[in-house]
Design a protein around this ligand. Structure first.
Ligand code: GLC
Ligand code: MG
Length: 580
């Protein structure tokens, strides 16, 4: 009797073993998407002033669609004197005139909607512009707005000369404090002088920022990338007798005393209050989503320890950002890295992230040397294979789909404060972010088709006549075509729901496996200029033959070619996707 009863039960149990209830859950729009970052000044210039603009972006949305991206994140488009190219915002509720008008923006959102592309904006909560009404009112002595900023008395040195309150440094060199005669005090600016830090201990500031979020989300914006969040709070000075304390030296010998990296930012970064502010913003996102049914996405920009980055996901009952950016493939590895280094960098985020949250893959942005330059042009397809086929959200900085490289920007042409503030016509190159911001390369026409102007705001990179979207569209094999194929492949369930495992097969060749419901894919990337033969049977359940589904531009293989997985030949810098 017992045995008879157990038999059907056993059947149910063994069946349940094969089906993971999490696997087929419906994903939110952002969980399987590609987020495409556009730096608006450099994407497309519609009015010939040499500066990219919103109408330009609208006119090029088809490109975004063609590469398979589902969301666009725009670097700031708000009214700004452009001391930090839009990250210094004078009016959070208005569109910067060089970029266009509010109508242009609404048109962009509408056109994107037709193409099923979400628009994400850049929220810059840490600071405003010194030309904002808030700061101008503060200078006039308006109490309400004085309290929007962080003011501190200077100190007299032994010669009786007034000096900044303490040793805090700006990210762009020199003191983080600037004296204002009108107030008789110094204000804090962790970035350029024109970016006064907001005072988050003031509830008015907190409410104001929430209203800014509401304003744009109500316009149909699908979320925000949140800028420099870990700089939001400074330590409570009351804990230090009412004076902000000095930060200790970092001990780094590769930087001089004016550099931000010469200090350990224990009082100006990663303060506990910051995380709770992010959780409050998430509540605002959810409040709007509840009203109109569109789930909103928050991506936080934080360069910090992995444990601190993880805190942005949420804590206990509190939800935070769905996507604390994973910068490990920018900060931890480059062309010189071994396969093991790559494996470790990839697994870091996956290991630390909460089990119910998503990974995300970022290899470039407007602050970092371009992916093709950092990894080398031969690895562009291989790196895009990682970004698009690893488990989680893929992020592409405009140009990565065609392997755009850094442009050369002379000292004379340099405009980025991070470069200019070095005052050093030789070493500025180590700091300037202009090279990764040079105009997008559309075709071989004047200014790479970016603009009809005689002079563009940054020079177009050399080599654009060959390296551009049009050339890659017409060529039989190109980075662009590989990217598009990857974006298509990414739609397969195995890349949405499938498991992941990786192996550094030797010092040069990194491989990972994705599998789901009996389907198995293998992705193999050779980081070096060397020929290899690798044995993929080190992966569990990988035996027999596998067919090439996709390969990098320089690969000698063909789609459909079949190989013995125990002895796969791998060419220099080759990237291959195989199906078992
Ligand atoms: C972020 C931005 C960077 C900007 C800084 C200050 O790091 O990505 O471009 O300069 O914040 O807003
Ligand atoms: Mg323009």
């Amino acid at each position: 009797m017992r045995a008879v009863l157990l038999l059907p039960l056993f059947g149910v149990l063994s069946c349940a073993k094969n089906i993971n209830v999490r696997d087929e859950r419906e994903l939110e729009w952002w969980e399987s998407t590609i987020v495409y970052q556009i730096y608006p000044r450099s994407f497309a210039d519609s009015d010939g002033d040499g500066i990219g603009d919103i109408k330009g972006i609208t006119s090029k949305l088809e490109h975004v669609k063609e590469i398979g991206a589902g969301a666009v994140w725009l670097s700031p488009i708000f009214q700004s004197p452009m001391y930090d190219f839009g990250y210094d915002i004078a009016d959070f509720y208005a569109i910067h005139d060089e970029f266009g008008t509010m109508e242009d923006f609404e048109e962009l959102v509408a056109k994107a909607g037709e193409l099923d592309i979400k628009i994400l904006l850049d929220l810059v909560p840490n600071h405003t512009s010194n030309e904002s009404m808030w700061f101008q009112e503060a200078l006039k002595g308006n109490e309400k707005y004085l309290n929007y900023f962080v003011w501190e008395d200077g100190v007299l040195d032994e010669n009786g000369v007034m000096q900044p309150p303490n040793n805090w440094l700006s990210h762009f060199r020199g003191s983080a404090w600037e004296f204002r005669e009108e107030v008789g005090k110094y204000y804090l600016h962790q970035f350029v002088v024109g970016q006064p830090d907001l005072n988050y201990h003031n509830p008015d500031v907190v409410e104001e920022m929430k209203n800014i979020i509401r304003f744009w989300l109500n316009k149909g914006v699908a979320g925000f990338r949140v800028d420099a969040v870990n700089c939001l709070f400074e330590v409570d000075k009351e804990l230090f007798g009412g004076k902000y304390p000095d930060e200790p030296p970092s001990g780094r010998t590769d930087v001089d005393s004016g550099s931000h990296d010469s200090l350990q930012h224990i009082y100006t970064k990663d303060q506990n209050e910051t995380y709770y502010m992010v959780y409050e913003w998430r509540d605002v996102f959810d409040e709007i989503s509840k009203q109109d049914g569109l789930p909103r996405l928050m991506m936080t920009e934080v360069y910090a320890s992995i444990k601190d980055v993880m805190r942005y996901f949420g804590e206990g009952e509190r939800e935070g950002a769905q996507m604390p950016f994973n910068f490990d493939l920018i900060t931890d590895v480059d062309a010189s890295s071994s396969a093991a280094d790559i494996k470790r960098a990839i697994e870091k985020f996956l290991t630390y992230k909460p089990v119910d949250k998503n990974g995300n893959w970022v290899v470039g942005n407007h602050d970092k040397s371009r992916m093709a330059t950092r990894y080398g042009t031969a690895l562009v397809d291989g790196i895009n294979m990682l970004v698009l086929l690893l488990p989680g959200v893929a992020v592409t900085y405009m140009g990565e789909e065609i392997g755009l490289v850094d442009g050369y920007v002379s000292w004379e042409d340099t405009v980025d404060p991070s470069g200019c503030n070095t005052n050093d016509p030789v070493n500025y190159v180590k700091y300037s972010r202009d090279p990764e911001r040079t105009p997008f390369q559309w075709n071989s026409d004047k200014n790479a088709g970016f603009s009809t102007a005689d002079k563009t705001w940054l020079p177009v990179a050399e080599g654009y006549t060959k390296l551009n979207v049009e050339a890659q569209k017409t060529s039989a094999r190109s980075n662009l075509k590989v990217y598009q194929a990857l974006a298509n492949l990414r739609q397969e369930k195995v890349f949405r729901y499938g498991r992941y495992e990786s192996i550094a097969l030797n010092t040069d060749v990194f491989a990972f496996k994705r599998w789901y419901n009996g389907e198995t894919y293998l992705v193999v990337v050779n980081m070096r200029d060397s020929e290899q033969e690798v044995d993929l049977t080190y992966f569990e359940n990988v035996i027999g033959k596998a067919a090439v589904v996709l390969r990098s531009v320089q690969s000698p293989k063909n789609e459909g070619d079949v190989f013995d997985v125990a002895s796969l030949p791998v060419a220099a810098f080759e990237g291959i996707v195989l199906k078992l």
